[in-house]
Design a protein around this ligand. Structure first.
Ligand SMILES: [Zn+2]
Length: 139
């Protein structure tokens, strides 16, 4: 029997930007059962509202995010975090960045294969982002 590794938490102040991580829907489930349970356990909080600023939906899921705004800074960040979010902010807006209310983020270290898969998505996002920038420049 192995002891559970310690899990880091970080307080995000209101207005902090996060970016969804793509390709995590089949990420390995944490010990606690689901990602929202993982978040509740390690943050010591229970939250009913989505962490996204201005969103009044119920937080039913634990969303994987990087604490970064935009694809470029997100690519540079290696650490993964869980915040409580609604279905829309977890899935519908995949790969988008958004601002959060004051919330505790709980670390969710990815397994190696998950990290590799997310890098691929990160590079695709960055490519898409640069393409959009370029198309705005060329008139
Ligand atoms: Zn939401």
């Amino acid at each position: 029997m192995s002891a559970e590794p310690s899990v880091e938490t970080r307080h995000l102040s209101a207005g902090s930007e996060v970016t969804n991580i793509l390709g995590t829907s089949c990420a390995g489930k944490p010990v606690a059962g689901s990602f929202i349970k993982h978040w509740e356990k390690h943050s010591g909080c229970s939250r009913s509202k989505c962490a996204a600023q201005g969103c009044l939906n119920e937080a039913k899921e634990g969303g994987h995010v990087k604490i970064a705004g935009g694809p470029l800074s997100s690519l540079m960040k290696a650490d993964w975090w869980i915040i409580p979010v609604c279905k829309t902010h977890n899935k519908g807006l995949s790969c988008k960045s958004y601002k959060v209310d004051s919330v505790i983020a709980v670390e969710a270290p990815p397994k190696f294969n998950e990290r590799v898969r997310s890098w691929k998505h990160d590079f695709e996002k960055l490519g898409q982002y640069l393409k959009e920038k370029m198309s705005k420049l060329s008139i």
